[in-house]
Design a protein around this ligand. Structure first.
Ligand SMILES: Nc1nc2c(ncn2[C@@H]2O[C@H](COP(=O)(O)OP(=O)(O)OP(=O)(O)O)[C@@H](O)[C@H]2O)c(=O)[nH]1
Ligand SMILES: [Zn+2]
Length: 351
């Protein structure tokens, strides 16, 4: 039985559901999420879309919003609007730094998480374990990849020791990322309809492996970095890479951030979250409010100013993203205010 062409195209980029879009709607996959909105792919083209207003309602569980990897229903428009997130088959998440402890979704509908480490100075079993912990309970299968095998003559003992350390059944592949014949051992994870992400620290060889997987195809769709008005790097374009083997590789900013947090600590700011939970006011701004546990910890030296600054920096980046989105939506609605996605600060005393 043959399917409508748009559905067949979507199968090529990992769609496994059997829902058909409602009348006048279309299906596509979220491949990137940035300040200006979402980028989607329908198996043929890349295009931009906006979330429908209901996704920005205050108090909405962040997990209910579209994230990278999601298959979504779109209503027509310029740009089209995401109206519905379709059922997810896997969900990758991590502990997030914020006002309170929460889970942050990284990507959905991912079948394989390829954890790449070089068999050189980059090799660090503890870090590999940390990456693996991200896949626990996600539904995605972790696969450990050890690159730069060609630069080592004595890696066997190292690889055996790692295998013994990792949970039984975790696939481990040592390879030379520059050699197509060596990379071919990954074919099982990149079959038609499979979705994979590649994570690993800088220099592990992600670009090299991606290029070999793509074969002669050039990485024309890969990230292009530019500077925004504040002189910071922003990734302006990124994509879902369709591999000759039939699978696809999602290369997203979330995955790049993962590279950083994966190397530092998943619960990087758990101590600060705990402190903030002890402030007198539930919505304490940690400035001059009475009974602020954060200020008390700074005064006592329990919390260093540097750590506190790092926490605030991360926090501000996330607030800024939400605010930019809100401002843009307001412009689109002709200046009418919309509900803030995050609650306003007020002085609500804890019960
Ligand atoms: N000999 C050998 N060199 C490799 C292999 N994989 C990567 N390299 C080299 O390692 C260096 C880093 O590889 P990249 O692919 O740029 O690493 P990356 O993970 O993309 O790094 P970022 O772009 O910083 O995230 C390059 O000089 C590659 O040529 C391998 O399997 N064998
Ligand atoms: Zn406080």
């Amino acid at each position: 039985m043959s399917e409508p062409e748009p559905i067949e195209r979507l199968r090529r980029i990992g769609w496994r559901g059997d829902a058909l879009p409602g009348a006048g709607l279309r299906l596509a996959r979220v491949v990137a999420q940035h300040r200006a909105g979402y980028e989607l792919h329908d198996g043929e083209t890349l295009f931009s879309a906006q979330p429908d207003g209901h996704f920005l309602k205050r108090g909405l569980d962040p997990a209910a919003r579209p994230v990278v990897g999601d298959f979504v229903e779109l209503a027509p428009g310029r740009p089209p609007h995401i109206v519905k997130v379709l059922a997810r088959r896997t969900v990758l998440s991590r502990a997030a730094a914020g006002e309170r402890y929460e889970r942050q979704l990284i990507a959905t509908n991912i079948d394989y998480v390829l954890v790449l480490t070089g068999l050189d100075g980059d090799f660090n079993p503890a870090r590999i374990e940390r990456y693996l912990s991200l896949t626990e309970g996600s539904g995605a299968q972790p696969v450990v990849l050890l690159s730069k095998l060609d630069t080592r003559e004595d890696a066997a003992a190292q690889i055996d020791a790692l295998r013994a350390r990792l949970p039984a059944g975790t696939p481990v592949h040592a390879l030379n990322s520059k050699d197509p014949a060596s990379v071919a051992q990954l074919a099982a994870y990149l079959q038609p309809g499979d979705s994979a992400v590649l994570v690993g620290s800088s220099g592990a060889g992600k670009s090299t492996l991606t290029n070999t997987l793509l074969g002669t195809a050039r990485m024309a769709t890969a990230a292009v970095r530019s500077h925004d008005s504040r002189g910071r790097h922003t990734t302006t374009h990124r994509a879902l890479l369709q591999l000759p083997s039939g699978g696809c590789l999602i290369d997203t900013p979330g995955m790049r951030e993962l590279k950083l947090t994966g190397e530092e600590n998943l619960d990087l700011f758990a101590d600060i979250e705990a402190l903030a939970g002890q402030c007198r006011f539930a919505d304490c701004g940690h400035g001059s409010e009475p009974g602020c546990a954060v200020q008390a910890a700074l005064a006592s030296g329990e919390l260093t100013p540097g750590r506190w600054r790092n926490f605030l920096k991360l926090h501000d980046e996330r607030e800024e993203q939400a605010a930019t989105l809100e401002a843009r939506l307001r412009r689109q609605r002709g200046g009418r205010p919309i509900e803030r996605p995050h609650g306003h600060r007020g002085q609500r005393e804890r019960e």
